[in-house]
Design a protein around this ligand. Structure first.
Ligand SMILES: [Zn+2]
Length: 405
């Protein structure tokens, strides 16, 4: 009997200590979770209960040399639905499909989809967005957003470039200066309960977006407009496929105009010209045609400088005093250099002309004729592109710099 009692007591003591140990372990775990891991779990819980919607940042504008805005933002709306908050799904389907001109089937699929937030349509005109907001439908969110807008349409299209669905630059300056133009998106945080329903009293927390920087460029839209008109005229009269005009400020090399016709409409950059048959065209082929249409020949193609280089020859020749504007020349339509007969572009010859007239005529003979000019071109060649033979000659006395090979 006594033995049995002792045994029982032993059992009670063992269980008692076991319980204490278990409580200690649990208590320790609790302290660990509540004190040491508190930050982590608070964050997890917050993420579970907060619903995040992004607020688009206004993209920086692009302004021309006169401060005229040539790439701007238009306020548009993004319409979304939050499944858990929807009370009248049929009415929402009816209103949204009517207002947004979407099929009921399409809207219903999104309204009935179980997700935290479902986008129905973006880039909706602000007027439409306001109209939808006025219905006061529970579970329908109308968020304001920005869309790129180009007030000049197709002017300087290949230079400016355009943006895609997420307002990111696709080509041209829009992509080149993306980093500066894009800004920083903001967020709207709303607190929800376990079922995902927003808690009204909790309110929303907003992190405001930061607008992008404006980009000021040297292009002058007036000059650009004249250059484009001229290029179009030339394209028509010469039946050319493409005509490019570059206008540069001679004082500092700034580009004042860069036209490359045919241009395209920046406000609908994915529309190919009407004359191109797009029906039944493979997606790849279509993309290729678009790339061709967007391509800026002024910076992507090479072109031999040819006569344009005469400006440099003339300017350098005048500055060095090897030729004056009054020097007289005579052009029979060609010039012999060693054993080569170099034609003037006017094969019948420009006849008697002074240096100014020769420059106006872009006369080949005058620009290669005098030994002075020739010598001068040699010097120039050395300064811009070191040619071995010229350098060798240059180490000798100046009077012997007669010809560059
Ligand atoms: Zn000539």
């Amino acid at each position: 009997m006594i033995k049995n009692k002792t045994w029982n007591r032993k059992k009670i003591v063992t269980i008692f200590f076991a319980c204490i140990i278990i409580f200690l372990i649990l208590g320790g775990r609790l302290v660990y979770l509540m004190v040491f891991q508190s930050d982590y779990y608070t964050k997890e819980a917050q993420e579970l209960h907060e619903r995040e919607r992004s607020i688009k940042a206004a993209r920086g504008r692009i302004l021309d040399a006169n401060g005229t805005v040539i790439a701007d933002n238009k306020t548009v709306c993004t319409i979304s639905v939050i499944h858990n908050q929807i009370k009248e799904p049929d009415r929402i389907v009816e209103v949204l499909s009517k207002e947004l001109e979407l099929s009921e089937e399409y809207v219903r699929k999104r309204v009935e989809k179980y997700s935290s937030i479902e986008r129905i349509k973006s880039n909706v005109e602000k007027k439409k967005g306001d109209a939808i907001r006025a219905y006061n439908l529970e579970g329908v969110k109308v968020d304001e957003d920005y869309k790129r807008y180009y007030p000049y349409g197709s002017l300087a299209s290949k230079v400016l470039g355009f943006t895609g669905g997420d307002n990111q630059g696709i080509i041209g300056l829009e992509v080149k200066y993306e980093e500066y133009l894009k800004g920083q998106e903001g967020t709207i945080l709303t607190v929800t309960d376990a079922r995902g329903v927003e808690i009204d009293e909790a309110g929303e927390e907003r992190v405001e977006p930061i607008a992008g920087n404006d980009l000021y460029i040297s292009l002058d839209m007036n000059i650009q407009s004249y250059a484009t008109q001229l290029a179009k005229q030339v394209m028509e009269t010469k039946q050319a496929e493409r005509v490019s005009i570059l206008v540069m400020n001679p004082q500092n090399g700034e580009m004042m105009a860069m036209a490359d016709v045919p241009e395209f409409d920046l406000n609908s950059p994915y529309e190919l010209p009407e004359e191109i048959e797009t029906d039944g065209l493979a997606e790849e082929k279509k993309q290729e045609l678009l790339n061709q249409m967007w391509r800026n020949g002024c910076i992507n193609d090479t072109y031999e400088p040819g006569s344009t280089f005469k400006i440099i020859t003339a300017a350098a020749g005048l500055e060095a005093g090897v030729v004056t504007t009054k020097d007289q020349f005579s052009c029979p339509g060609f010039i012999m250099v060693e054993d080569r007969r170099i034609r003037c572009h006017k094969t019948t010859g420009h006849g008697a002309e002074d240096f100014i007239q020769a420059t106006m005529n872009s006369c080949n003979r005058v620009f290669v004729k005098s030994e002075n000019v020739l010598r001068f071109q040699c010097l120039l060649a050395v300064s811009t592109n070191p040619v071995k033979d010229c350098q060798k000659e240059l180490t000798e006395p100046p009077s012997r710099h007669l010809r560059c090979t």
